[in-house]
Design a protein around this ligand. Structure first.
Ligand code: FAD
Ligand code: DHB
Length: 409
């Protein structure tokens, strides 16, 4: 098989890239190890930055998003048993976030790719990327029938998530990784129950720790709480989950969760991770294959889409003009913003989660930080600017700042 761009992974990053390339007449093949049903059903992110929504709408993918997405102009913090609201709209100069499930974004893009006869090879695993230092790299794949094949291409996009194979194609002498693994996980549920607040609510309880009340619609709640990373789902029968969420919500300002059938449960480990550089010769990493943020702050999918908003124009410029300037700048352009988003996600996590072996003093500091956040315009503005989404960086990276070993041929 032959194509211009081989894309590993049909998550939001890989799918959005293939769609944007198609709009400019550039051919791609997406290789996805899971089935279509699996990727369309995978329950994950829900909060889209304005920049992500605008990019999807501009690419003609906004029909359901604009109809069903819930615009949130506020965010709540509940600590010391009381709610405190940040007015994102006011603090960020009229910007907001949109609640719309990641699996819907994935479904919308797959539908558009299918309508355009786009090539997505589901249940096909990418095993190896070959010849990345040559003008014609190849991806070795194994289909669902166990058949081995090769796809030859000009460029490779590694959008295969944290556990994919792309990142390790970069020689270990060049790849640097930075990581923090947190000593807690998130237990998340989707419940058929109306949300009790009309915006995302981050909850901090000095003894019990973090909880998050989000939603997917006016009748579906998406709820999370920090738990021990070694705990298993079997340790958490439904009643225990509701009881624990309620304890974290206790306080002088009363609120009562509406309980309903739990449709989905999962435990997610939490880490921060960055790979540098994000490109090597003709391979370009995007999304979770290059960086992971803890979900507090709701940034993972937005960061993946931001990478593609830089990568797609760079690839298009290359195919239209032969210029490699934007592709050569890709890694540096993305990383400057990636590190700022890593900083934000790490800081919101540290501000709202209990860590083992802390003192009562440490926990009071956390409450004081939240109090400052919700009572100081300066602090609230900083949060709002990050939460609604930092602007994309421009790609004017100086040649002298670039690692010459990563540039294209
Ligand atoms: P992925 O979605 O991981 O896609 C990678 C794809 O590659 C997968 O489909 C995988 O099957 C495939 N693949 C892997 N290896 C291979 C291979 N060898 N061959 C072929 N295919 C392969 N982000 C936000 O922005 N907002 C939120 O509110 C938010 N909340 C979250 C809540 C939770 C509980 C979790 C777990 C995550 C959350 N995130 C959030 C993060 C977000 O879901 C991810 O950052 C996002 O999915 C990254 O997209 P991606 O396309 O880079 O990778
Ligand atoms: C979701 C919302 C958040 O604010 C967040 O930090 C993570 C996830 C959600 O709705 O899934």
């Amino acid at each position: 098989m032959q194509t211009q761009v081989a894309i590993l992974g049909a998550g939001p990053a890989g799918l959005f890239l293939s769609h944007l390339l198609h709009l400019q007449g550039i051919d791609s093949i997406v290789i996805e190890s899971r089935s279509r049903e699996y990727v369309e059903g995978r329950l994950r992110a829900g909060v889209l930055e304005k920049g992500t929504v605008d990019a999807l709408v501009e690419a003609g993918l906004g029909e359901s998003l604009l109809r069903e997405g819930l615009r949130h102009k506020e965010i709540n913090f509940r600590f010391g048993g009381r709610n405190h609201t940040l007015d994102l709209d006011d603090l960020s100069g009229g910007r907001y976030v949109t609640v719309y499930g990641q699996q819907k974004v994935v479904k919308d893009i797959i539908a558009a790719r299918m309508a355009a006869q786009g090539k997505i090879l589901f249940e096909t695993k990418a095993e190896e990327i070959l010849g990345i230092e040559t003008a014609n790299p190849r991806v070795r794949i194994v289909t669902k029938n166990g058949e081995q094949q090769e796809i030859s291409c000009e460029l490779v996009a590694g959008c295969d998530g944290f556990h994919g194979i792309s990142r390790e194609t970069i020689p270990s002498s060049i790849l640097k990784t930075f990581e923090r693994v947190y000593p807690f996980a998130w237990l998340g549920i989707l419940a058929e129950a109306p949300p009790i607040f009309n915006c995302v609510t981050n909850v901090y309880h000095e003894e019990r720790g973090f909880a998050l009340l989000s939603m997917r619609s006016r009748t579906l709640s998406r709820l999370y709480m920090q738990c021990d990373p070694n705990e298993k789902l079997e340790d958490w029968p439904d009643e225990r989950i509701w009881d624990e969420l309620e304890r974290r919500l206790e306080g002088t300002e009363k609120c009562k969760l509406v309980r309903g059938p739990i449709l989905n449960k999962g435990i997610t480990p939490m880490r921060s991770f960055v790979a540098e550089p994000m490109s090597y010769r003709r391979l370009f990493l995007a999304g979770d294959s290059a960086h992971i943020v803890p979900p507090t702050g709701a940034k993972g999918m937005n960061l993946a889409m931001a990478d593609i908003r830089v990568l797609a124009p760079a690839m298009i410029d290359y195919f239209k003009t032969g210029a490699t300037r934007l592709l050569d700048a890709y890694s540096d352009t993305c990383l400057r913003r990636v590190w700022k988003v890593e900083r934000f996600s790490w800081s919101v996590t540290s501000m709202t989660h209990n860590f083992p072996e802390e003192s009562r003093f440490d926990r009071r500091m956390r409450s004081a930080t939240l109090d400052y956040l919700t009572s100081s315009k300066a602090s609230g503005t900083t949060f709002a600017e990050n939460f609604v989404g930092l602007p994309l960086e421009n790609s004017e990276v100086q040649d002298s700042e670039r690692d010459p070993r990563t540039v294209m041929l």
